[in-house]
Design a protein around this ligand. Structure first.
Ligand code: FES
Length: 115
């Protein structure tokens, strides 16, 4: 539909400077996470609600691979990486990380607020 904006935009760092080649503890690098999230969207018929977008460095590379889930309905931005809890990163200061879960469908569902 024209002008339609998805409820959720997930931006996934695939920057070759780090997230493109440093895996998380499950062996997933940025490109695999991008593919997995896109597959979760297709499998769950969420294409009208969720956009998954590759990006370059979004900071917090030390805790990569990194992705951010940005909700358009007041949920703000949730930062994901390879750690859980507070950490200080360049440009953004102290932030609260969530660890990227094994189940990427769960990650999408958590940020959609689906019950
Ligand atoms: S290279 Fe991915 S967050 Fe910096």
């Amino acid at each position: 539909m024209p002008g339609h904006q998805q409820e959720l935009n997930i931006i996934v760092c695939i920057d070759p400077r780090r997230c493109g080649y440093v895996p998380d503890d499950m062996g997933r690098k940025g490109p695999e996470l991008l593919t997995g999230l896109r597959q979760a969207v297709v499998d769950n018929d969420w294409a009208d609600k969720v956009q998954v977008t590759p990006c370059r460095c979004i900071f917090g590379c030390t805790y990569g691979p990194r992705l951010d889930a940005v909700s358009r309905h007041g949920g703000g931005k949730v930062l994901y990486g390879s750690t859980e809890g507070k950490a200080t990163i360049s440009r953004r200061g102290t932030v609260d990380f969530r660890r990227i879960p094994p189940d990427l469908t769960q990650l999408v569902s958590d940020n959609l607020g689906t019950e």
